[in-house]
Design a protein around this ligand. Sequence first.
Ligand code: FAS
Ligand code: PHB
Length: 389
Amino acid sequence: MRTQVVIIGGGPSGLLLSQLLHRRGVDTIVLERKTREYVLSRIRAGILEVGFVELMREAAVAERMDRECFVHDGIIISDGDEQFQISFKELTGSHVVVYGQTEVTRDLYDVREAGTGKIVFNTEHVAIHDTETIAPYVTYSSDGTEHRIDCDFVAGCDGFHGISRQTIPLSVRIEYEKLYPFGWLGVLSETPPVSDELIYSGSNRGFALCSMRNENLSRYYIQCSLSDSPDDWTDDAFWTELKRRIPSTAAEQLVTGPSIEKSIAPLRSFVTEPMRWGRLFLCGDAAHIVPPTGAKGLNTAASDIHYLYHALVQFFEAGETDGIDRYSEKALARIWKAERFSWWMTNLLHRFPEQSDFDLKMQRADIEFLRSNREAQSVLAQNYVGLPY
Ligand code: FAS
Ligand code: PHB
């Protein structure tokens, strides 16, 4: 078998890259180790930057998103009962879009499978070979049969636990990591959102986030111990704790209901450099992870895809290589700014086990400065709506 680009990973990164390249006549094959149903069962991001939305439109897969998404002009930051709005519209003239990653991925699967998209599910033992030559190839097994795909390039879109990053020799790659001493317990419920805008709450009991997917599907998170498991939390216990962490006006309006999904995500900051090794390029979670506090995970995957898509089209259409030669440098420049913002939002709004009274005073002063200073709010707003590609 032969193709121009083998894409490892059928999550949002791999599928979006495949669809964008397809529209420019570049042939791809996507290898996904799970089933479509399994990939769609993972509940993850909910907030899209305008850059992501524009990529989906360029990929001709934005029709349902444009019809069903919510446009949000700001967020609410609360510290106990004190709350204030950060107005993206007023401070940046921009906004974000609420449209779940699950729906993005569903739309991408639908358009790829309706077209000529080649997606192989349930692949095993994927391995990348000869990336330092101009003739790399990928091997994998499926239904007990060994396969080989010869190609020009490999895009590693296989997430944090994939094999692409591991293909870059340890002697070459540098990994930067910070683990946070808590996780996020997330609940999805078929209830109306408690607020028109997201509420990020830095209460003295710990962080909480009130988000949504649509007018009758809400997504809530509370900071929890890393030793917790979802089974430790009954729905009642979750709702009771959430109400204690959000402003009382919101707690009074909160409509609770049975959780239809409940999971715990650990928080980490992670970057691997470089994001290229010969003809192998890393994109999205395969190369970097952010704590979800800044809603940047999926959105940094999008800017990687933007850079790589244009670089590969330039190579195939014009035979030029400066796009692929500069990919890692350009992608990392934006990634590190998203890492900083996500790290800063996490430190601002979470309670850390070892925090001293002085540390707590610094956190409160940070929030008070944000509440009272327009420039400070503008910095948060510029980062939240997304820095330029
Ligand atoms: P993904 O991990 O989504 O996709 C990688 C794909 O590669 C998977 O389908 C996997 O099955 C496949 N794969 C792995 N190894 C393979 C192999 N060897 N062969 C073939 N296929 C392989 N971001 C936010 O902005 N907000 C959030 O609230 C948020 N919550 C999150 C919660 C969790 C538990 C996790 C893990 C992430 C969360 N994120 C969140 C970040 C998330 O949205 C990612 O940024 C996004 O999924 C990145 O997409 P991909 O790069 O496609 O990676
Ligand atoms: C979500 O809706 O899942 C969500 C929103 C904002 C975040 C993280 C997660 O910062």
